[in-house]
Design a protein around this ligand. Structure first.
Ligand SMILES: [Fe+2]
Ligand SMILES: [Fe+2]
Length: 260
């Protein structure tokens, strides 16, 4: 049995502090034995550094997934090949640093496969097909473990919904990230895959998806480039809990939103 806690994009120090505050009680409430956090915005809202990654691991995080923002801080590049617990999207061109999947162990010793993939709709990057990339990686990980989690990092709800149907029965959960806005459509699909279109963001909700609202409003009103800064103010933690049986089927998915 894998009791998975997945926490959506942790944004800057407000997100890290709120995660630190609530993660221990969430782990005990759900008897979680595996914790995954999307860390693409954990360092100042853009990217991840080795120090910030270690800080998140020290709070009880087992694996950090990411997305398009993982490349924003170049300090992370040298550790992406050595720190196995940090994943970047699988479907970037071959030969770049890091890995898009891994097999880890729950605190009870069960192997858990994690795949991180990016969608393509409304994405400025020209990435390989995420659906075909999932086919290959799911088949490979299935030979190691029946418990497989996918972080599908994408903008379009349609692409994520389609991806959920595509992998239903082949993975334990496909959880959407990237928009920073939690959707209320969590479900266990008919063949046993836990699904949500977007897990949401962990950070200040008194801004625009984690960024200071004045900065984003200035951008929309002037179309001039702006420098992003993490919003201050009241914070939230967004996540989901999935209970996964030993055959890899999701028995239950529960949405988590904690606001102060
Ligand atoms: Fe993000
Ligand atoms: Fe993103």
């Amino acid at each position: 049995m894998v009791n998975l806690l997945f926490i959506g994009d942790v944004f800057g120090s407000p997100g890290r502090e709120f995660l630190k505050l609530h993660l221990p009680s969430l782990i005990s409430r759900y008897e979680a034995n595996f914790v995954v956090v999307n860390g693409e915005n954990a360092a100042g809202g853009n990217g991840l550094t080795p120090e910030v990654a270690q800080e998140l691991f020290s709070y009880g995080v087992d694996v950090l997934t990411s997305g398009n923002h993982i490349w924003d801080k170049k300090e992370i590049l040298p550790v992406m090949d050595t720190e196995q617990r940090i994943l970047r999207p699988l479907n970037y061109p071959p030969g770049i640093p890091g890995r898009g999947s891994g097999v880890f162990q729950s605190r009870d010793g069960d192997p858990v496969g994690v795949i991180n993939v990016c969608g393509r709709v409304f994405s400025p990057q020209n990435l390989d097909c995420p659906f075909r990339a999932l086919d290959v990686e799911i088949s490979r990980l299935k030979t190691i473990t029946p418990v497989i989690l996918v972080d599908f990092h994408a903008e379009a709800t349609s692409e994520k919904v389609a991806a959920g149907w595509y992998v239903d029965g082949r993975v334990s959960a496909l959880l959407g990230t990237h928009t920073h806005v939690q959707t209320a459509d969590e479900i266990v699909l008919p063949n046993g895959t836990g699904y949500i279109t977007d897990v949401g963001m962990t950070g200040s909700y008194e801004g625009v998806i984690g960024v200071k609202k004045d900065i984003i409003l200035k951008h929309f009103l002037t179309q001039l480039p702006v420098r992003h800064e993490a919003a201050k103010g009241k914070r939230q933690l967004s996540g989901v809990f999935c209970r996964i049986d030993s055959s890899g089927k999701c028995e239950k998915i529960e949405r988590i939103l904690i606001r102060e």
